[in-house]
Design a protein around this ligand. Structure first.
Ligand code: GTP
Ligand code: MG
Length: 200
């Protein structure tokens, strides 16, 4: 799929303030600093349409983008950032959880995990919660440019094995780098396929 147009629409604190749920929607979620906003910029080939930062906690709201005038892409706040106050951490997870559970037009939630690290408990707990709620998701491994090929492959294999202790089948997975553009075509093709297949 070609990205012909990408337009930032609005930021919201709650799912019920978001645009009318009348188009296919795809959201990007994961731990703070995992690379959600960078990945969105890479997919859209726009340098700072989504705001990024080296400091975790940059994205704090639900940010909607309209792509090709046809579907929504959403940049979500991160979870699990230890250095912000506990009450704020709770607030983040409520924003994310309510959005994820109640947003009617959400077709697929892309859960980003850092390819450099072992599976983290809060990621695994979040995936388990998605499973309980029956929310469709895919996994995106980020920052793979920071790893040697053999380490990257081993980490991803380890991740799959960890998931298979809880899940019978593996979700769709994408291996990416926002630096090199790795994974861009695969993710955009997947979205294009779902745009055609999923009716609501
Ligand atoms: P929050 O909004 O705070 O939750 O973070 P985020 O998940 O949106 O992360 P963001 O895209 O802001 O990136 C965090 C940091 O990681 C920035 O310094 C990025 O430049 C860096 N980064 C993100 N993706 C990649 C990648 O694929 N490769 C490399 N080398 N660095 C990356
Ligand atoms: Mg962000």
């Amino acid at each position: 799929m070609n990205i012909v147009s990408a337009e930032f629409l609005q930021s919201n604190v709650s799912y019920d303030k978001c645009p009318e749920p009348n188009m296919h929607e795809y959201a990007f979620v994961g731990r703070s600093n995992v690379g959600k906003s960078s990945l969105i910029n890479m997919l859209l080939e726009r340098k700072q349409i989504a705001k990024t930062s080296q400091t975790p906690g940059k994205t704090q709201l639900i940010n909607h983008f309209l792509i090709n005038g046809k579907w929504y892409l959403v940049d979500l706040p991160g979870y699990g950032f230890a250095k912000i106050s506990k009450s704020k951490r709770g607030e983040f997870s409520r924003i994310i959880k309510d959005y994820t559970e109640f947003r009617q037009n959400l077709v697929c939630l892309f859960v980003l995990v850092d390819s450099r690290h072992k599976p983290q408990n809060n990621d695994l707990n979040f995936l388990e919660w998605l499973g309980e709620k029956g929310i469709p998701f895919a996994i995106i491994f980020t920052k793979t440019d920071k790893l040697a090929k053999s380490v990257k492959e081993k980490n991803i294999e380890d991740y799959k094995n960890e998931l298979l202790t809880d899940w019978e089948t593996l979700p769709e997975m994408f291996i990416t780098s926002s630096e090199t553009g790795l994974g861009r075509e695969d993710i955009l093709n997947y979205i294009e396929k779902l745009n055609k297949e999923v009716k609501f």
